[in-house]
Design a protein around this ligand. Structure first.
Ligand code: IMP
Length: 174
């Protein structure tokens, strides 16, 4: 990727925040039957760190949704390209997402997973990007609130580039 980028959150800042989120989730779900449903692909690094920081083991499943093309703006339409594979009925389900932008993806996913009749359904997202929110979705656990910008690294990509960077960067428009 040719565009300039500036580091927004360092490895240490991310690690500290992930540990805090895991502590809060660990407290809230102690003694419960927690399934974490990650939204591929962007969440894979965050979720791997989060589950390993929890004080107890959890079950995990994944969905893959498609709303973005290869660029940086949403198409507005959400499709499921991979659904959950385990039963969520009567389970405590926590959706884990990398970044919330317009909110369309999570609003769609929450409604979809609610139809699986979980006992509870909440959302944990690493980054809450407020600028372009179109649908209000209650976010139960938020890593970093961010005003605006296109972010890459720590799982987040731009046209499949930059996902494996260990820090989170904002892409600066040249
Ligand atoms: P929303 O439906 O507009 O909330 O978009 C959510 C999805 O868009 C996320 O799961 C990401 O895949 C992608 N996305 C939104 N903003 C960014 C960004 O700043 N960097 C990388 N991906 C993003």
């Amino acid at each position: 990727m040719g565009a300039e980028k500036r580091c927004l959150f360092s490895r240490a800042e991310i690690a500290r925040r992930v540990a805090e989120l895991a502590e809060a989730i660990g407290r809230d779900y102690a003694g419960r039957d927690l399934v974490m449903v990650g939204v591929l692909k962007g969440v894979f690094i965050f979720m791997a760190d989060l589950v390993r920081a929890l004080p107890f083991p959890v079950e995990v499943d994944f969905v893959r949704l498609c709303s973005y093309g290869a660029g940086t703006s949403t198409s507005g339409e959400v499709n499921i390209t991979k659904d959950v594979e385990m039963s969520l009925q009567d389970r405590d389900v926590l959706i884990v997402e990398d970044i919330v932008d317009t909110g369309l993806t999570l609003a769609f996913l929450k409604q979809h997973l609610a139809s699986h009749q979980p006992r509870s359904l909440r959302i944990c997202c690493l980054i809450d990007k407020a600028e372009r929110r179109e649908v209000e979705v209650p976010l139960d656990y938020v890593g970093f609130p961010v005003e605006k910008g296109f972010l890459v690294g720590y799982g987040l990509d731009c046209g499949e580039q930059c996902r494996t960077l260990p820090e989170i960067f904002v892409v600066e428009k040249g």
